[in-house]
Structures are given as C-alpha cells and as structure tokens.
Design a protein around this ligand. Structure first.
Ligand code: GLU
Length: 323
C-alpha cells in the first residue's frame, strides 16, 4: 500500500493485552481466537499494548508478552501500538467531547463512591453526584462521560446484550484523577484509528462494550463486530488472570498451551500435533525460532480448520487441561 492509498477495507482484528504481567492462559485464548478469526477472514491482525494505565504496567512485561507471542508462532501485522505513546490523540478527542458538554468534572473520591450499589460489572454505579455541577468548595478530580439511555448490540457468540447505561454501569471516568486517560476512551480511539472492524476478546469485557459503542456513536466512529470468548476459570470458578497469579504460559514449550487453548475454544486439533519433538531440547532459554518451528504443523491445521461457530457460547468455562 502506498502512503496515499485510501484506508484498507481488509478485515482487521487485534489482540490488546495490558502488560501488567506475563502472558497467561486466559490471554493466550484471546490471542488465539482473535488471530485465527482475523486470518480466516483474510484479514490483518494487530497487537496493541494497552499500557494506558501506566502505574499498573511494566515495559518488561510488554517485551515478555511479545517474545512469548513470537515463540508461540503468532505473526502480527505492522508495528505494535503502545497506548503510553498516544496521550495527545486521547487528549484531542477528550477536548472534542468536552466542547460538546458530554463530559463533566467530578470531585468524588473513590472512598465516597465505595458504598454505591454495584452495577453489572461489579463496580459501583456512579450515583450522579457531580452531574449537574461540582458542589461549592469541591475541586475537579476526574472527568466523567454523561451516559444516557439504552445501548445494545448483538454479540456473535454471546447473543443480544442490552444495558441501560445510567442504571447498569453509570457515568464512566474518561480522564482519571491521576491525569491518565481511561481504558474506555483509549480503546475506542485506538480501535477506530487502527481500522479494527471485528473485536474478539474475553467475555470479562462484555459489560464495557455498550459504553464503548455509546462513545463511538458520540464520536461518529464505526462500531466493529464483537465476539466475546468464554473466559477461562479455575475449578472454583475464578477467572485465571494475572491478578489471581495464573501461571504464565511457557514460551520454551508452546505446544501444550496452544493445544489446550484451541480445545478450550471448541476446536479439535488432532492428537498427533502434540508430537514429542515439539518439546524444546533445552529448557534453559526462550528460543523463539526453535519454539516456533515446533508449532508449524499446529498453525497449518489451525488456520485451515478454525471455526468461530464451534466456540462455546458461555461467558466462562473451566480449563480442562493442565497447561
Ligand atoms: N487490555 C485489556 C485486557 O488485557 C483488553 C482490552 C480489549 O481487548 O478491549 O484485559
């Protein structure tokens, strides 16, 4: 494509990890599902480091995630986008929203809001304290988006989703008290700027999607298609995540985790793909080249056989296999 070509109409998906820890099985599932869906549509697949929440993210985790993806045989298009470099883009859009009066300053502290009833995502629903202006003597801490009405969408896997935004989630913060832009704003801007037309991610984010669609509407941005994959949970029903210290996947030996992730997504890779010679000779260091070679047959199979319709249509699912 020459720089002057019109924006590509090629389908485009993405994997957008937050580098708060190494890649674990739950994020591998999101990477695999988004990658195979994008490629099976003849599309591009981008990786975006969602390090907008800088206090929680570390550059070394971002590098380790990329090394692991590479060792697992994922191939992404273009260069990796880092949200930490995109502040001016977020600010420009935020100012646009501010000019139209849909965002307002909020002086409430976290502890003041802690008692508010929880919404569909488990977080307190903002009670609207500062919606009509800051109380005298209160200073602006954060900026919130005024959410109105009902928003729904048809999720490819989870079916129809509908929220009354003020009741179910409440006005969300777009600019945080620490001066950082919030995920909800960054993800909408980045998905649009990167031309993402289908989002495949974990169902733990499904409650955020109506807010993101609402914001897309305010900004005149296209709404991608959404497919929310089941979230991997442990035997106790707890999400496997970096926060619950889920074990990182082993970049020196990708096949067991890749195989398990494909099975988790309802695909049926043949057993012979788990050949013993896929195992690394040495467990001392990550050698992405060698690890990748060991997975070549898996990838050929997965690209040829991926079928989104086989993915279980549950918001969560226990992990059956040891990875
Ligand atoms: N950065 C988010 C996470 O790691 C994913 C956001 C998204 O896919 O929209 O959970």
């Amino acid at each position: 494509m020459t720089p002057s070509s019109p924006p590509s109409r090629q389908p485009c998906g993405r994997f957008a990890p937050s580098p708060t820890g190494p890649l674990h099985f739950g994020s591998l599932v999101a990477a695999l599902g988004s990658f195979l869906e994008a490629r099976s549509r003849g599309g591009r697949w981008l990786v975006r480091m969602e390090d907008v929440d800088q206090p929680r993210c570390r550059p070394e985790h971002a590098s380790a995630i990329l090394v692991t993806l590479e060792a697992f045989g994922f191939e992404w298009d273009g260069t990796v986008m880092y949200q930490s470099t995109r502040d001016e883009h977020y600010r420009a859009v935020f100012e646009q929203l501010r000019a139209t009066g849909v965002v307002y300053p909020c002086g409430c502290t976290r502890s003041e809001l802690a008692g508010a009833p929880a919404g569909v995502d488990g977080a307190p629903v903002y009670p609207g304290t500062c919606r009509t202006g800051l109380a005298p003597g209160r200073a602006a801490r954060a900026w919130r988006l005024r959410l109105e009405g009902d928003t729904g969408f048809d999720d490819i896997l989870q079916g129809r989703q509908q929220q009354n935004l003020p009741r179910d989630v409440g006005d969300c913060v777009l600019l945080r008290a620490d001066g950082l832009f919030a995920y909800q704003l960054a993800v909408v801007i980045d998905d649009a700027d990167q031309g993402i037309d289908h989002v495949v991610r974990g169902a733990d984010l499904i409650h955020s999607t109506p807010r993101q669609i609402y914001l897309q509407g305010l900004l005149g941005l296209p709404t991608p298609a959404y497919a929310h994959l089941p979230v991997a949970v442990d035997a106790a029903g707890e999400k496997l995540s970096k926060q619950t210290r889920a074990a990182p996947v082993d970049a020196r030996n990708p096949m067991p985790a890749l195989f398990a992730a494909a099975r988790f997504l309802g695909q049926n890779p043949p057993d012979e793909l788990r050949r013993p010679d896929c195992r690394p000779a040495s467990r001392e260091a990550v050698r992405p080249e060698a690890a990748r070679r060991g997975c070549a047959d898996f990838w050929a199979w997965a690209r040829a056989h991926w079928n989104l319709n086989q993915v279980p249509r549950h918001p969560s699912q226990p992990v059956q296999e040891i990875v």
